[in-house]
Design a protein around this ligand. Sequence first.
Ligand code: PMP
Length: 367
Amino acid sequence: MASIAANERVFNFSPGPAALPLTVLQQIQRDMVSLPGYGMSILEMSHRAKGFLDILATAKADLRELLSIPENYEIIFLQGGSRLQFSMIPMNLLRGATAPAEYVVSGSWSKMAFAEAPKEGPAKIVWDGKTTNYDRLPGDIPFSAEAPYAYLCTNETIQGVQFDEDIDTGGVPLVADMSSDFLHRPVDVSKYGLIYACAQKNAGPAGVTVVIIRKDLVEKGSADLPGYLSFANHVKEDSLFNTPPTFAIYVMGLVLKWLKNEIGGLPAMLARNQQKAKLLYDVVDASEGFYQGHAQPNVRSLMNVTFRLANPDLDKKFISESEARGLDGLKGHRSVGGMRASIYNAMPVAGVEALAEFMREFRSQNS
Ligand code: PMP
């Protein structure tokens, strides 16, 4: 990797933890030693102090506004990552059920989520993209009316396949893992029973996971669950059941302000994300097979652009030359191979333009 001067930043295409808006990082730096009005660092502040309670309330209010979250939904901030939700969701919504929860397995993360469900109750896969190495998504999914919940991952981070609209389940509570495309577009929250997302891709640093849950589902968890694992406890204590990840929630709050005030809300964010993704897919499509996209064109992710070089012998060269240009984190996941450009909300258009330009040059020099 080329040496980077202290004040220079690379374009970070990592799948997560991932790029944060520069203005957010600058504000953290400015306020790190003393949060204006409070005389201490956010890192030192009690989770019961007014300063943190204000931060928590503001983050919740901004999230509710950005996603137009209806009043009959609760917002809680948890730890344990999205991985814990793979278990916590069936613990709360599946224990004691007679009909199976119905899972769509569209990639690595929904596959891992499904693996946890049968430990807690009946569960089955209603669609599986395995035979084509998860390069496509189902059309209409016939969920059964009696399923305790339907489950899907809106954006498979590893394969780069994404549902671009809210699925209608015909009344079955829909549980969605939005970890890698949270807040990238407006969502009709009323179509979901539960939405969750770890922050470290699109909404902040690692350490906090947001759960948005419809009120009637909160109390479903059996009374004998370990305390931390019950959604009801976190709702009752307003995310203060235990000491929450205060710093991560603070940074997420700044990202939400950035989305509102600098981006102009989720419709504007979506337009920018579509523009960025198109820059890269256009290079892939115009490359006469030099670059090959993994996802079928109709389900291509706006967040994780997965592609291979037709000649894998060039992979290492692509990585080392891209790094030398300050384009970092492009190596794909081993299960898909090739490259993955994660272009979450905070990746500037200039970063994607620089990558597109590099890809065009690399092709002309190596074909
Ligand atoms: N779901 C998706 C879609 C993800 O991309 C990830 C992380 N890459 C996870 C779940 C797991 O998140 P965590 O590491 O926070 O547990």
